[in-house]
Design a protein around this ligand. Structure first.
Ligand code: AMP
Length: 249
């Protein structure tokens, strides 16, 4: 079984995000970038399938500017066999990414495509679902457990009130939730080996996809500064403040 894993480059989750002074976007200047955490989980799951003998090849794909090669090299260091960069400097939105992934899927014909359930920068939670719809594939979203049984991909999902397990017939799409696994760290020897692994670069035009935007960002604003708290002396004072200042009771 071949597994295709979609890997997005995002701001490292430890970084405090700054907004550009003209409020047009988030400031990416000199900011540490990383693999989207849900995509790390996707890579880990695919690599574990390879280690378990259910997957033969793990291919990582990223769409974006040339620097996304860094995140693909990380995927290769974590155990992916080869990587594909669909290189573009244009603004990317989920529908275009889904179309590009569909074009890569058509070329590669994997039995399983694993994506993160969400990118932590834009919080879209759209690409996996759009891709599955475009490719006409069954999807198991927000997976907290995945098992492979022949051509069946069983996906357990955390839903309101418990766990739901769905069975998909491969080829299928899975998006990862946080509790699916705990990704490993790349070892130094594997980081070195990853430098020599195959990384193919293609353009959206090579894949016959036009990069289009379906929405326009009007404004990006940081969250309002939190006011400092105060200490009250008595319960009566607390009740008074809740009633007359916060007006919540
Ligand atoms: P989103 O719909 O933006 O929340 O992203 C969900 C998932 O889609 C991510 O975790 C990735 O697996 C995949 N994805 C989104 N954008 C990209 C991208 N530019 N390149 C590769 N995969 C992506």
């Amino acid at each position: 079984m071949k597994v295709l894993v979609a890997v997005k480059r995002v701001i490292d989750y430890n970084v405090k995000v700054r907004v550009k002074s003209d409020h047009s976007d988030v400031d990416l200047n000199n900011v540490k970038m990383a693999v989207n955490p849900f995509c790390e989980i996707a890579i880990e799951e695919a690599v574990r399938m390879k280690e378990a003998g259910t997957a033969e090849e793990v291919v990582a794909v990223s769409i974006g500017p040339k620097v996304c090669q860094e995140q693909l090299r990380t995927a290769l260091a974590l155990g992916a066999d080869r990587a594909i960069l669909v290189e573009t400097d244009d603004e990317l939105q989920p529908l275009t990414i889904a179309k590009l992934l569909k074009a890569v899927y058509d070329k590669e014909e994997p039995a399983l495509v694993i994506l993160g359930k969400q990118s932590i920068d834009a919080d879209n939670n759209q690409t996996g679902q759009m891709f599955a719809a475009l490719a006409g594939l069954p999807q198991g979203t927000g997976a907290s457990k995945v098992t492979i049984d022949g051509d069946k991909v069983n996906v357990t999902r955390e839903v309101d009130g418990g766990l739901q397990t769905v069975s998909l017939k491969a080829p299928a799409v899975v998006t990862t939730d946080l509790r699916l696994n705990e990704p490993r760290y790349a070892s130094l020897p594997n980081i070195m080996k990853a430098k020599k692994k195959q990384l193919d670069v293609m353009s959206p035009a090579d894949l016959g996809v036009e990069v289009k935007q379906t929405f326009k960002t009007l404004k990006v604003e940081p969250p309002p500064e939190r006011q400092g708290g105060i200490k009250v002396e008595t319960v009566d004072e607390l009740v008074d403040k809740l009633k007359n200042e916060a007006k919540v009771i």
